[in-house]
Design a protein around this ligand. Sequence first.
Ligand code: MLC
Ligand code: AMP
Length: 491
Amino acid sequence: MLDFFLKSQYYKNKVAIIDCNQNYTYDELLEASKKIASTLLNGQQDLHESRVAFIVDPSFNFVAILCGIWLAGGVAVPLCVKHPYPSIKYVLEDTKAEVLIYEDSYLKLIEPVFNDFCVRTLHVESLKTQTSNLPEIDVNRRAMIVYTSGTTGRPKGVVTTHHNILAQVKSLTECWEITEHDQVLNVLPLHHVHGIIGALCCPLYAAARVEFLPKFHEALIFDVFQKQRTSVYMAVPTIYYKLITYFNTLNSKLKANINNALKTLRVMISGSGALPISTLNDWQAISGQILLERYGMTELGLVISNPLHGERRPGFIGLPMPGVTVRLTDDTNQEVHDGPGEIQIKGEGVFLEYWQNPQATASSFVDQWFKTGDIAVLENGYYKILGRNSVDIIKTGGYKVSALEIEEVLRQRPDVEDCAVVGIKNDEWGEIIGAAIINKLPMNTEELISWLKERLPNYKLPRTFLFLTELPRNVLGKIIKKEVQHQFEAL
Ligand code: MLC
Ligand code: AMP
């Protein structure tokens, strides 16, 4: 991404970011980023990959901080603005962050940090004060850590280098022909690759314009579409589902206006979870747009996509993006050409490592191929996802959640004897989270949910509960999660 800073000099007066209806040019972005870098350096020559965490809403400031950290030689750790304190604490501890940048709205949330950590805390407004020389950064240095849930308890930090990020961004720019004429509406959380790489770094690299909204709301999104301020839109299937549901409540005049405005977009993209064909069809009826489905992963960026030109095949994730090599393999990692098999990926965009977890890094690769855990087939040149090789990974609203992480939290309660957390198929969310619990004492669901809310972010909360006297187990005593899923589906 460091290339971006060179390129942006040619787009000085072009608008880079819109937030809260205010425009910020590339020049303003570059200047703010340099000042933030200088303030972070605070007299040092280089941050030498020290981790800088920041809890800031999607905004001009967010982007300037991200760029500022990179210009100073730091590793950016974007925090989820919806996480409760224990999740924030986990990331700060795990990354051993040396700096935490915050804005007013999150002061109360992060207040315990002042006692719990020896970390330099900086308020957003104090960042743009200094100017100094900035270091030369080798592209193979670490640039960012984003957390992802896996099949082992706590989330893992996924480390990408500047080179990885640039490779990911170049691939997307080429695949979807993103140019300086594009306008991207970004309503995604920025602590995940969909929002930060796809809908932010990619348009910035192309010198396009990125617009943020103060919060996710269907009316606000349709308002921006109606004003024809968007040419490229990226979202998860749940968001398209929500837009369709909201659209159906509008009066016919408004529907007609939105309908016309949507036809002017260049491309609308869906990813992070399987796009139901019903959502694809309903959205086409509303917008005239055939959603372009693509596939990605925190460790990879976005790697397989239906074509911009040519057939967008419903139910398929498409073809390898530029610079990406894909193979399908059986259980012994032997290639099975058409599958079914595990998707394995090679490419310059593939992440460097799991943060301070060499074992997990080593076991996620075979012969330099990254093992995704997703099972697919290849049909007439297009990949189609069949499922995952672990029932313990749940995708809900585009977020990946570890069933084991939620089980660990539930087991901390004295009234829980045992539990099994599963994903249950759901039209709106892809999957919703269900928790089957063997309780030692009578349990009150409302109390349980508010207890969980203090420990887990909203998207990791179980939405439905089963209270049982035993869990289905196989002869080895292992819980049969598929059976638990059936029990929920039968409710
Ligand atoms: C929230 N709610 C849920 C839920 N999340 N219900 C069921 N399942 C879930 N997962 C409920 C809340 O309890 C609340 O209900 C209501 O929905 C609104 O909650 P919210 O927290 O305000 O949600 P909202 O802001 O509406 O968010 C919905 C969303 C969000 C779809 C905008 O989930 C989202 O931004 N998802 C995107 C995630 C993403 O970017 N993933 C990319 C990962 S990277 P009530 O009753 O209180 O109203 C990746 C790689 C790749 O996957 O390929 O891209
Ligand atoms: P994350 O770890 O949050 O980056 O999630 C990555 C996972 O999202 C992948 O391993 C897939 O299981 C899933 N995913 C991403 N895009 C798609 C898609 N288009 N269809 C089905 N699953 C997808």
